[in-house]
Structure formats: C-alpha cells, structure tokens
Design a binder for this molecule. Structure first.
Ligand code: SF4
Length: 549
C-alpha cells in the first residue's frame, strides 16, 4: 500500500515524494523515531528495540542489552516483555535497572499516544512503519562513508571530551525543569564525564617521567574520594583507563570504548564507554567456538556478527530460510528412512559408512519417490507455510527438484556414505564445529563432501574465497580421519553440483582465516563494513550506524 494512503500525506501526493525524503530518514533522530514506531507496531522487532535501548535517552549499555536478550531468549519473550524480569535479574547493575525503568515509563507514554493517533491513520501502523523503513534505506551504501577511527593523542581526547561535557551540560540542564525520576542519574553521568575530563587533563600534564599507570592510580584515587556512591559506580565501570593503557602499549584495545548502538557522529553523549562483551562471546576454554557460518558472518560484516552472535539479537526467519530448512529436513528424513531399511546399517549421524553399493540400491527401492515427497509435505506443513504466490512457487520447485534428486541418486556412480555428519576439532585455541550434509565415496575410493544449498547457484569463480567447505575438509580429517578429495555445493533446486576450486582446499589459508577472525573477535573489533549485497540481507539495519548520516 502506498504511503499516501496510510500516512498524513495530503491528497494527491505520491509515495515517490516519501522516497525522495529518504535522505531525511537517514538522520539518526529520524531513525530513532522510526525505531520507536516499529517497536510500537511490533514488539518482536528486536533490532528496533535494540536501537531504542541503545540510543538517547535510554542509552542502555551493550553489555546490559546482551543481558536483556539472554533473559528474553530463556523466557521466550519479546524484548520489551523481557525487560520486567531482566530488571529483577541478579546480575543487572542498578544503573541499568534505572535505564530500563526509564524505557518502560517512556514506552507506556508512547503506547498511550500511539493508541490516540491510531484512528487517524488511514492504513495500518505496521504498513506505515514498513513504508518509512523502505524510504529510509533507498540509498546505496558506500563503504567509504564509514568514518575511520584514528588514534588520538591525550590532548586531542581532552579537546573532544571538553566539547562533549559542555554539550552534555546543556542537555542535563534542560532536563532539570522536567518532572522526572531519573534526573539524578543524568546528573551523575554528567558529573562523571566532567571528572573524566579532569582525569585526562591531569594525565596530559603529569610530571615528566611518571608512567601513565602510576598517574592513573593517583588521579583515580583523588577523584573517587569526591564521588557519591552512584557516581563511583559509573566512574569505575568506565573503560577509559583500559583504553588509555592499551593505546599507550600499542595493543589492540579489547575494552575500547565502543560507540553506543547507532550513535550519531557528533552526538557525543551517546558515545559512552562500554565494558567488555567478552562474557557473551561463545567460548570454550581459552578459545572461541566457531562455525563456518560464524566466520562467514564476521568476514562479511563484524558488526553483523556482533548483533547476531554476541548480543544474539533475535531475527525473524525469512521465507527462503524456512524453505531451505524444509528441504534440508526432507532430504535428511529421506536418507534416515533409507538407513532404517538397510539390514546392516542402524547408523546414527556420524557413524561408520552405511555399507556397500548393493545396500544403498536396495534402500532406494524401499524409499520411493512418492514416499520422499510425502516426507517433504510433512516438513512443509511443519514449516508453517501459507498460500502466497511465492510460497506456492517454492513448493512446486522443491517437489520437482526432489524428484530429480531421487532419480539421480539411484543412477549415481558414487556411493553416499554419511548424511548430516557432525565434526568438532581444535584449531589453535579455537573450537571449530559443523555438520556435513552428505559424504560420497567416489568410484576410486576417494571421498567427496557435499553441502546442499537452496539459493541461487554460485560459480566456481565466486567460490574462490569460500570458507565453509575448506573448513569441512579439515573437520573431516581431524574429526573422522577422512581425507576429502573433492568438495562441492549441490544446488538442489537447479540440480547442479558446483565443485569448490581445489586451490581453496588450502589448509594454511583456512588456518590463517580462523586465527585472524578469532583474534579480531577476542579484541572485539566489531566495526560495520557495509556493502549493498551484505546489508540487503542484514536484519539489523535499523540498529546500524552505517545506515545514517
Ligand atoms: S546493515 Fe550492513 S553494515 Fe550494518 S550491521 Fe548489517 S551488514 Fe553490517
């Protein structure tokens, strides 16, 4: 439905006018309003909620947003509903509780205001939110628009913070006249920011020969003596000292101040320091737990990895994702049914090969193409698909593809020996894990690893930088002692097998990729790297600073 039918747009004005206003909707403040609108129309819109929580006037720290998401996932609640139990959670700091309560009060007010407006809207609010979101994302992203971080000297930092403190003073002063419960919190933050400015000035002017560490200990002690308990808590949770020390040592700054979600450049008070998120990064022992998909996600955009894997912000499954799951499940059940019908098999995933070629042929005879399609229909029904044109089209494509799959398997030269087989191994300090859709034994006795895909086929050239199958080859060797000679993607809908170029089966290369990605994640380097193709598939655009001016 065009925006002219649903928003307060004068008669005759078209949606094109709204699209032309896309530049306006790229502004941080406009995207804040959009995020509020989205969360009011759909509380399950987690990306919008995360933006609202991270932006002024709430400014919940990332680490506390991660805690809220944890509560929401555990209790199977949307994020606004999870805030109630999150406030009660034992690990939630008092400052975060106050911020959450501030959000809840604002949310209640916004709901009342929104309900009052609802009768005046000509379309549904959800349609309005969708239309405005589309209008705000019309421009093509240019990676060069992300401002690059640069190392600052202590004096430059003092100058920046001086402006920040002055801007904050005006903002806090404006709130003193309002009847608010959280004025104390605002004042305490302003005071701590001022104390940090004093700290930086003192460090910049410290006596020659005094180390930064010594000076910090001395200055902190004096400043803390002047703090109230609340200010002390805020002061001590700041990552400023870690950042300064890491910068002096020339180390990657594991606890560097991270911009608040979607903080606008120039919105200095939104650039609060953030404590480390390492506790929320999937880890085992000294290393990380990584899958090929984790590595791909990080390499495509570190910020997307942070939203998805560190903060674990829920994102809705797309139609194509649900479709891919249904097809994978149908194939898995088809092969599981085959295994049950083989006299010598009785194998679970990850078990030894399923026997000789004769066994497999007899299994195929047991599981007819009709039975295979029945299995698919069951998976389709469980996937909750509807009757839209797109869904009907996908349904038809899948049935046709499965018929071809069944026919080709019967005439197949190679022998499929494992399905959905898991691997897990250590590479350096990191734990790698995954699951291979199918492993074939080729006529010459070599093995081929096959991963099913339901998307558009990629050429061998496009797969030159592919991580997934290279990692699977390593997993097969380390975990099952199987050397894979061939690695292929099987594009089920197109009945097309595309081998990954053998040059990509380079162990050193994949080990290097894992080490580099692991190191960057541990150092919490989560800057966005926007590109139209990746951003178009990202669920976190509303919370991403790369999408605004
Ligand atoms: S919108 Fe683009 S830049 Fe932002 S997190 Fe997603 S992929 Fe990264």
């Amino acid at each position: 439905m065009p925006a002219s039918k649903i928003a307060f747009v004068p008669e005759g004005e078209s949606a094109a006018g709204l699209e032309a206003a896309g530049g306006f909707f790229e502004r941080a403040a406009a995207r804040d309003v959009l995020a509020w609108l989205r969360l009011l129309t759909d509380p399950a819109d987690s990306a919008a909620v995360v933006r609202v929580l991270g932006r002024p006037p709430i400014e919940l720290r990332q680490v506390d947003i991660a805690r809220v998401v944890q509560v929401a996932r555990k209790a199977k609640l949307d994020l606004p509903a999870a805030l109630g139990p999150a406030v009660e959670a034992s690990g939630m700091p008092p400052e975060a509780r106050e911020r959450i309560e501030r959000f809840q009060a604002l949310h209640r007010e916004a709901q009342v205001a929104f309900e009052a407006l609802r009768p005046r809207l000509q379309g549904t609010p959800k349609e309005l939110a969708a239309e405005l979101t589309a209008a705000s994302e019309t421009r093509a992203l240019d990676a060069g628009q992300i401002p690059e971080a640069h190392a600052q000297t202590l004096r430059e930092t003092v100058e920046l913070m001086r402006e920040e403190v002055l801007g904050g003073a005006a903002r806090i002063a404006g709130r003193l006249g309002e009847l608010r419960l959280d004025t104390d919190l605002d004042i305490s933050h302003g005071v701590v920011r001022y104390l940090e400015l004093v700290k930086l000035s003192a460090l910049a002017d410290r006596p020659a020969g005094q180390s930064l560490e010594e000076a910090l200990a001395d200055v902190n002690q004096r400043l803390l003596a002047a703090c109230t308990p609340l200010q002390r808590e805020i002061f001590q949770s700041s990552a400023l000292d870690h950042t300064l020390l890491a910068a002096e040592r020339g180390e990657p700054d594991a606890q560097a101040p991270r911009p608040a979600v979607a903080a606008a450049p120039g919105d200095a008070f939104a650039r609060r320091e953030e404590p480390s998120l390492l506790a929320f990064v999937p880890r085992r022992g000294e290393g990380l737990v990584l899958s090929a998909s984790d590595i791909d996600t990080y390499r495509s955009c570190p910020l997307r990895y942070k939203f998805a894997r560190v903060l674990k912000v829920p994102s809705p499954q797309t139609l194509h994702q649900r479709f891919g799951i249904a097809v994978h499940q149908a194939l898995e059940r088809y092969h599981a049914t085959d295994r049950q019908s083989i006299p010598h098999s009785g194998h679970a995933a990850g078990s030894p090969p399923i026997g000789d070629r004769r066994d497999l042929q007899s299994a195929s005879q047991h599981t007819t193409v009709g039975q295979m399609l029945e299995l698919f229909e069951t998976c389709w029904r469980r996937g909750g698909f509807g009757e839209s044109e797109a869904e009907r089209e996908l349904h038809g494509k899948a049935r046709a593809a499965l018929v071809l799959y069944h026919r080709h398997l019967e005439a197949h030269e190679a022998e499929p020996v494992w399905f959905e087989r898991s691997f897990s191994f250590k590479l350096g300090p990191h734990h790698l894990r995954g699951r291979v859709d199918r492993v074939d034994r080729l006529p010459d006795g070599a093995y081929e690893l096959i991963d099913y895909k339901t998307g558009r086929p990629r050429t061998a050239e496009q797969l030159r930088d592919d991580v997934q199958l290279s990692l699977y080859a390593l997993g097969a060797r380390e975990s099952w002692q199987v050397e894979a000679e061939r690695l292929s993607y099987y594009y089920v809908l197109d009945d097309l097998k595309v081998p990954v170029p053998s040059a990509e089966m380079d162990e050193d290369w994949i080990a290097r990729v894992v080490a580099e990605v692991g190191e960057a994640i541990v150092a919490q380097r989560f800057e966005p790297t926007p590109s139209p193709s990746v951003c178009a598939l990202c669920d976190y655009r509303i919370a991403c600073p790369a999408w605004e001016r």
